[in-house]
Design a protein around this ligand. Structure first.
Ligand SMILES: CC(C)(COP(=O)(O)OP(=O)(O)OC[C@H]1O[C@@H](n2cnc3c(N)ncnc32)[C@H](O)[C@@H]1O)[C@@H](O)C(=O)NCCC(=O)NCCS
Ligand SMILES: Nc1ncnc2c1ncn2[C@@H]1O[C@H](COP(=O)(O)OP(=O)(O)OP(=O)(O)O)[C@@H](O)[C@H]1O
Length: 194
């Protein structure tokens, strides 16, 4: 089974591209979605213990938590120490399930693949990218997002140019959905022979 890591900086199109792989029949695991699920389950008490007041009715409020940790390097590190092992365990279970089922190719969508040593956990890497102006416009259009929050997140991420340099495949999501879908199909053809 080939494990394809999918990464890219904030707003570059990871989730959208992961869904294209899934729609084409390639199982895809989404780290951000896993974090969000954990925040309404087993991670919630751990987060509340570390950052009192960031959960509401037993569920992590991501706006409150983001306000607490983004821009505070030590706090973010503490959060990552709690969350990353749980996400990794979820991804490992996903891999075991699909390996047992005989899947030829699977995708792990890992936002911090290069930042957290994820390169060793995957066979090939696809980086999604877009021009910086497109990225900014996408991210700033989200509710609750601000220039400061974006700057704090970008400061914690390997720069886009460096990610592209380290990639086996690059998909430019600034060229539209059809172009991205064609790029996804070409990668599947190369890696899974179909
Ligand atoms: C700070 C939080 C609460 C903000 O929540 P919010 O709903 O606004 O954002 P969301 O979770 O959808 O993440 C959006 C994007 O932000 C970036 N990002 C998130 N966490 C981090 C981080 N620790 N370092 C760098 N970039 C990050 C990624 O590009 C990610 O795709 C949330 O991102 C979080 O809990 N982060 C810590 C866990 C983590 O490291 N997740 C990312 C990989 S598993
Ligand atoms: N190929 C594409 N063509 C046009 N728009 C796209 C394409 N891919 C993604 N987008 C748009 O870009 C925005 C960000 O996409 P997406 O949520 O997939 O990014 P992400 O990298 O997962 O973001 P985050 O890092 O915040 O989790 C969305 O509005 C999405 O519709």
């Amino acid at each position: 089974m080939i494990v394809l890591g999918l990464t890219g900086s904030i707003g570059m199109g990871k989730s959208t591209t992961a869904k294209m792989f899934a729609d084409a029949g390639v199982p895809a695991h989404d780290s951000d979605e896993t974090v969000h699920r954990l925040y309404s389950g087993k991670a919630a008490p751990l987060v509340e213990a570390a950052f009192p007041g960031t959960t509401v009715s037993g569920v992590v409020d991501r706006a409150k938590l983001g306000a607490r940790v983004l821009g505070d390097a030590a706090a973010l590190k503490t959060l990552e120490t709690i969350i990353h092992p749980l996400v990794r365990a979820d991804a490992d279970a996903f891999l075991a399930r699909h390996r047992a089922a005989g899947a030829p190719l699977v995708v792990l969508d890992i936002p911090l693949l290069f930042e957290t040593g994820g390169r060793n956990r995957v066979d090939k890497v696809v980086v999604v990218t877009a021009p910086a102006v497109v990225q900014r416009a996408r991210v700033l259009a989200r509710p609750g997002m601000s220039e400061e929050k974006l700057a704090a997140i970008l400061a914690k991420q390997v720069p886009d140019a460096e990610k592209r340099r380290l990639a086996d495949f690059v998909i430019d999501t600034g060229e539209g959905m059809d172009a991205a879908r064609a790029a996804v199909d070409a990668i599947i053809a190369e890696l899974a022979g179909r």
